[in-house]
Design a binder for this molecule. Structure first.
Ligand code: ZN
Ligand code: ZN
Ligand code: ZN
Length: 245
């Protein structure tokens, strides 16, 4: 078992189920890989390893000695061995056309899940905060932001949208497909290419540098700082290996 999973399982008391509790649920069960005897020996070995210490001391002759102290098998007493089945969930579901899945194990308090569910459908990176769910296709994406937004809100009906499901009806008038069709204008999807950040950041930096070398030093410095901030601003996060929900 992976370490984080083992920690999670013992963190809160386990609820005990009978097989009959899983009636109607699809589940599979395999045999234990290790028998009780092998498990006892394995446990003893681990306990011995954990308590093995390198001890250093001074003898009567003032000489320095070091010695490895290993507990013997007789020093370790194992009173009980119990093998249990832990339910590990493999969940697949759809939100509209978008497929999601996660694998998880629960203790009495929460769920430890391995999932890429919170990865943005536009950029593929982790949605740390302010994510939205597209109401046209069901994709989870980074929320609305000023430049190169991965998510939008329909200006007509307020529906939350991912970039792929957003249509342009002119400057600052982003709408969903339904509202775009109702408008009678030609359907222009929002471009999948994103370079607003580079254009704005680049321009601010460029004019900032010009400002610094002309009479507008203060405005130039401010522009340069804004430009650098815009260029450095990257919302993308790396997904954690697992999440506790
Ligand atoms: Zn994104
Ligand atoms: Zn969408
Ligand atoms: Zn709409």
């Amino acid at each position: 078992m992976k370490q984080e999973l083992a920690n999670h399982i013992v963190k809160a008391p386990l609820t005990v189920y009978n097989e009959s509790d899983f009636k109607g649920l699809q589940f599979s069960k395999s045999d234990f890989l290790i028998d009780d005897r092998t498990l006892t020996n394995l446990a003893k070995k681990i306990i011995i390893d954990r308590h093995t210490k390198n001890v250093s001391y001074y003898g009567k002759n003032n000489q320095h000695y070091s010695k490895v102290c290993v507990p013997s098998e007789k020093d370790v007493f194992i009173s009980n061995i119990k093998q249990v089945y832990l339910p590990f969930q493999d969940v697949k579901f759809d939100v509209m056309q978008t497929k999601y899945e996660f694998q998880a194990a629960e203790n009495a308090q929460n769920l430890l899940a391995y999932t890429k569910m919170m990865n943005c459908n536009i950029c593929g990176s982790y949605i740390e905060q302010k994510g939205i769910l597209c109401n046209s296709c069901g994709a989870a994406v980074h929320g609305v932001r000023l430049l190169d937004s991965h998510g939008f809100r329909c200006h007509q009906c307020g529906k939350s949208l991912c970039r792929k499901c957003t249509y342009d009806l002119g400057l600052n008038n982003k709408v969903c497909k339904g509202c775009a069709e109702k408008s009678g204008k030609t359907l222009t999807p929002v471009s999948e290419k994103m370079h607003q950040r580079y254009i704005v950041g680049g321009c601010c930096s460029f004019f900032g540098i010009i400002g610094v070398f002309t009479h507008f030093a203060i405005i130039g410095i401010v522009l340069l700082i804004i430009g650098i901030i815009v260029l450095a601003l990257d919302y993308r996060g790396k997904a954690p290996p697992y999440e506790i929900i």
